[in-house]
Design a protein around this ligand. Structure first.
Ligand code: ADP
Length: 262
């Protein structure tokens, strides 16, 4: 009799409730584990630029009579400090996200307008790198937080510029497909190796330390993008470039605003 009534075997409401509670406790456990790992990563990642800054500071004394070396040390300290500041800002942003009430700040927005705004903001940087941004924007209304949308697209475009090649191109498109708004950001850059794809959206993941150093990357941008897209009820994915093509394609899908799809 006891075995039949055992919480794991029960098919009735109590059984469902106990399964629900077990599911929730597993989720909480996993979330704790993720947070622990995140804090471990932060400490590790912050140590690298700090160690570098300390080493260069020690060298300043030795370099006192050599203005060229002194200037080089100063520039390196500045570069590492900038990286550190960027990391702190992104970590603070990520943690602020967790408390943010999205539903209260959501408004009906035309994604094509936000994208057009973002593209013109980034056009200066693109020109600086010798890149062209082409757009194909059709109206698509979504219910989302304006600042988050800006942040998502700014980050993806910044990467499309940072990891591109001289004379390269960036294509940004958006359209409504059924009850989804589909945004595609395509670049002709250095691409993402197959083996890096699975981990790409994890915090602090960079494809290789070298390419990140060159551009001052933190490996936090895409994890922030993923979190922000999910908080708007959408999804972000890395698609393969067309066969024979090079570069990277990111696709963001967001639900069309309820009144607009009716
Ligand atoms: P980062 O601040 O290092 O750019 P991200 O989280 O934005 O961090 O990106 C993680 C890694 O993914 C980067 O280090 C980069 O190597 C790779 N990556 C991201 N976007 C692109 C892209 N458009 N083309 C090529 N590589 C990219």
């Amino acid at each position: 009799d006891y075995i039949e009534q055992s919480p794991v075997k029960r098919r009735d409401e109590l059984g469902e409730l106990s399964e629900g509670i077990m599911y929730m406790s597993r989720e909480i456990e996993q979330s704790f584990a993720r947070q622990k790992q995140f804090i471990g990563n932060i400490s590790h990642e912050f140590k690298t630029p700090l160690t570098s800054i300390m080493a260069y500071t020690d060298l300043l004394d030795m370099y006192q009579d050599d203005p060229a070396l002194l200037e080089e040390a100063r520039l390196n300290i500045r570069k590492e400090a900038d990286r550190l500041l960027e990391m702190v800002e992104k970590v603070l942003y990520l943690s602020a996200m967790e408390q943010y009430e999205f539903s209260q700040n959501a408004e009906t927005l035309d994604v094509s307008e936000t994208l057009s705004d973002v593209c013109s903001r980034m056009s200066g940087k693109a020109v600086q790198f010798g890149l062209r941004i082409d757009t194909e924007l059709q109206p698509a209304l979504v219910l989302a937080d304006r600042e988050s949308l800006m942040h998502i697209f700014l980050n993806l475009l910044d990467n499309a510029i940072k990891y591109n090649v001289e004379g390269g191109q960036i294509n940004v498109s958006c359209k409504a497909e059924g009850n989804q708004c589909v945004v595609v950001i395509r670049d002709t850059g250095i691409g993402i190796p197959q083996e890096a794809r699975a981990k790409l959206f994890e915090p602090f993941f960079t494809v290789s330390k070298d390419r990140a150093r060159l551009t001052g990357g933190t490996g936090l941008g895409l994890s922030l993008v993923k979190r922000l897209v999910e908080l708007q009820g959408g999804q972000v994915a890395l698609s393969s470039p067309p066969i024979g093509g090079q570069g990277t394609v990111f696709t963001v899908t967001l639900p069309i605003a309820p009144s607009a799809s009716a």
